[in-house]
Ligand binder design. Structure first.
Ligand code: GDP
Ligand code: CA
Length: 315
């Protein structure tokens, strides 16, 4: 079986770990969000690709959900001693090595997809991890604070400002001119189903869908998604602030309607939102299931339910 999973960071990675456990023999292609990518200290950092790679490769710091396990922060302390900004973004020593390798390869002219493949040679994530695009796409957020109205990098809004300053607009800069990375459209074309993990619908899945051609290609497949919203709140992080910025209510129903029946065939909501399944969403088959990914086992059960619904809707 061939599956495609467009994914952000933590929500995507944990779902994927469950999917790998549920169907170890499936050929899974992950389309990773690169809108969160940022250049820091002269290095290119790809937080979502790395979260997927480390989580599936067994190197993730499980408690934080990002960065490396058994991490130390000596380089960061030394940078701070030089008063080199930004200090609000934490990179560990082990993690730095990944960004050094990536930046070196990018500088030598390799596209991000080739770099990601090289990094995965070490981590063996058990999936084919492709960036959504080799072209640079960066999510910027328009805010207004004491410094006036301005656009900041998504990471500055998310990490430094904790998404507490309202976002007036969220823009994936460069998305319109970007092309899907090599292999992305082919993987979608060959897929038996596309599964949307409970990734951020705006700045993870939403960004991937903005790469020209991807929304149409995915919509042509059987698509089943998992709600990242349980009981009108995101499970982790501040996805509510992103949804508010695009005028979408923070609820499992509103996210399904935002994706819409043109894209989604099926949608899983948590048992807490069973009313959405009972009342129904026009054009989308909705089922209620426990959707907390506590461990690999619970994530595998969610992945199984997602895949089962996809196969059911496909026939
Ligand atoms: P990020 O790039 O690290 O922010 O990660 P993603 O975009 O992949 O996922 C973030 C989303 O995952 C958030 O909106 C969370 O609500 C959602 N999420 C995290 N853990 C869980 C979980 O256990 N269950 C569900 N249903 N959603 C989750
Ligand atoms: Ca992310």
């Amino acid at each position: 079986m061939r599956l495609v999973v467009p994914a952000g960071g933590i929500g995507g990675a944990r779902f994927l770990r469950g999917l790998r456990a549920d169907v170890p023999d499936a050929e899974v292609t992950v389309i990773g969000n690169t809108g969160d990518d940022i250049s820091l200290f002269g290095l290119r950092v790809c937080p979502d690709l790395d979260t997927v790679m480390y989580t599936l490769g067994g190197g993730i710091a499980e408690d934080r959900g990002w960065g490396r396990a058994d991490e130390t922060f000596t380089v960061r302390e030394e940078l701070a001693a030089y008063e080199v900004a930004p200090l609000w973004f934490t990179l560990g020593d082990r993690d730095f090595a990944t960004h050094i390798v990536r930046s070196q390869m990018l500088a030598a002219g390799y596209p991000l997809s080739a770099v990601t493949e090289a990094l995965c040679d070490r981590w063996r994530p058990g999936v084919r991890l492709l960036p959504m695009s080799d072209d640079r796409v960066e999510t910027h957020v328009v805010i207004e604070d004491e410094q006036g109205r301005r656009a900041v990098h998504f990471q500055e809004w998310w990490v430094r400002l904790h998404a507490e300053v309202p976002a007036e607009q969220i823009i994936a800069v460069g998305a319109e001119e970007a092309s899907p990375a090599p292999g992305v459209l082919e993987a979608i074309e060959a897929a038996d189903a596309v599964l949307l993990p409970p990734s951020n619908p705006v700045v993870s899945v939403g960004t991937i869908l903005q790469v020209p051609g991807l929304r149409e290609a995915i919509a042509g497949k059987t698509v089943v998604g998992v709600s990242p919203i349980i009981g009108d709140a995101p499970v982790r992080g501040m996805a509510d602030a992103c949804l508010t910025a695009i005028g979408v209510e923070t609820s499992a129903r509103a996210v399904a309607e935002h994706y819409g029946p043109e894209l989604l065939d099926g949608w899983l909501v948590d048992d807490a939102d069973a009313a959405v399944a009972t009342d129904g969403v026009p054009g989308i088959e909705v089922r209620a299931r426990p959707l907390y990914m506590r461990d690999t086992e619970s994530a595998a059960a969610i992945a199984k339910a997602t895949l089962d619904l996809a196969l059911e809707l496909r026939s």
